[in-house]
Design a protein around this ligand. Structure first.
Ligand code: NAP
Length: 285
């Protein structure tokens, strides 16, 4: 029987630590502040933004929301970002993706001051991640790395196979694991003999976005299986990328969906917001 990695529990512990840290920072006159920009009326984006606000409240991080209408043009959004970049009270800025089609999302992500880029999507921060001298880490991959550390999973020297090469999950995940001295294989839709590749993984990260994609026979006996997927099955029920019952039989540890990686992402965003403010104010750890 695999150990079930409890993302909610780890998340709660991290949030409690950050709450204490923010109150100590406040007593020194340091106030982390996160600005979240949302454009349009996408219901899923609204839920994500509300959850980010709630997490800020829980920890004591100041949060500001900028809700812009669906028809907003790129230039308007860029001027708002310029304002927030110049605002000394702001530690972190994020623009909830996806934005409506008329907006140049790359231009938006590249306009955010890298020191306030708490999502770590700016090419400057991606470059720092490649060099391994990043201060902040992209949120979902950082959540995975934190779970592995909290459960004492050895990373160095291990074979880590990641399925999915998106800029949000797969690619930065491969960099974090490379920087931790894992031997990384990054798979995608053109990968040949996927099962042969995944069957050699000590750590298998699934970030495909397809329910029931990872079957038990793709998992090595004793592997650690991390399911990043957040999908709906044919009955509308939340599920990951892995067939949990099959993979659990082979794995030594596995994350459930929900309750695995999902709860970690926002706490890593909070961590980056605090880090951004500490770096700006020159507060030592
Ligand atoms: P994405 O941008 O759609 O990327 C999916 C990746 O899977 C692509 O690289 C794609 O390959 C690859 N892929 C698709 N079919 C494949 C196949 N048959 N074999 C091998 N690889 C295949 O998705 P994403 O944004 O990374 O998200 C992935 C999942 O994670 C989604 O379920 C999403 O909801 C979830 N997610 C969760 C969190 C969280 O907080 N837990 C955060 C972000 C995302 P190509 O590049 O070749 O197309």
């Amino acid at each position: 029987m695999a150990v079930i990695i409890d993302g909610k529990k780890v998340r709660n512990e991290i949030i409690a630590q950050m709450k204490t840290e923010v109150s100590e920072l406040n007593s020194k006159g340091v106030y982390p502040c996160l600005c979240v920009i949302i454009v349009g009326n996408d219901p899923a984006s609204r839920v994500y933004v509300n959850n980010k606000k709630k997490a800020c409240e829980e920890i004591g991080i100041i949060s500001r929301e900028y809700a812009l209408p669906e028809e907003t043009e790129t230039e308007e959004l860029l001027s708002l970002i310029d304002e927030l970049n110049a605002d000394d009270a702001v530690s972190g800025i994020l623009c909830q993706m996806p934005v409506p089609g008329q907006i140049n999302s790359r231009a938006v992500l590249e306009r955010i001051d890298p020191s306030k880029d708490v999502d770590c999507f700016h090419p400057f921060n991606v470059g720092k991640l490649v060099r391994g001298d990043n201060v902040m880490r992209p949120c979902t991959p950082a959540g995975v790395e934190t779970l592995l550390d909290c459960y004492g999973v050895e990373i160095e020297g291990k074979s880590c196979v990641i399925i999915g090469r998106s800029e949000i999950v797969g690619k930065p995940m491969s960099l974090l694991m490379t920087n931790r001295n894992a031997t990384v294989t990054l798979c995608h839709s053109k990968t040949e003999n996927l099962k042969d590749v995944t069957s050699r993984a000590d750590i298998l990260v699934a970030s495909v976005g397809k329910p029931r994609f990872v079957t038990g026979d793709m998992v090595k006996e004793g592997a650690v299986v991390i399911d990043v997927g957040i999908n709906r099955d044919e009955n509308g029920k939340l599920c990951g990328d892995c067939i949990f019952d099959e993979c659990e039989k082979k794995a030594s540890m596995i994350t459930p969906v929900p309750g695995g990686v999902g709860p970690m992402t926002i706490s890593m965003l909070m961590r980056n917001t605090i880090t951004a403010e500490k770096v700006r104010r020159n507060v030592a750890d």
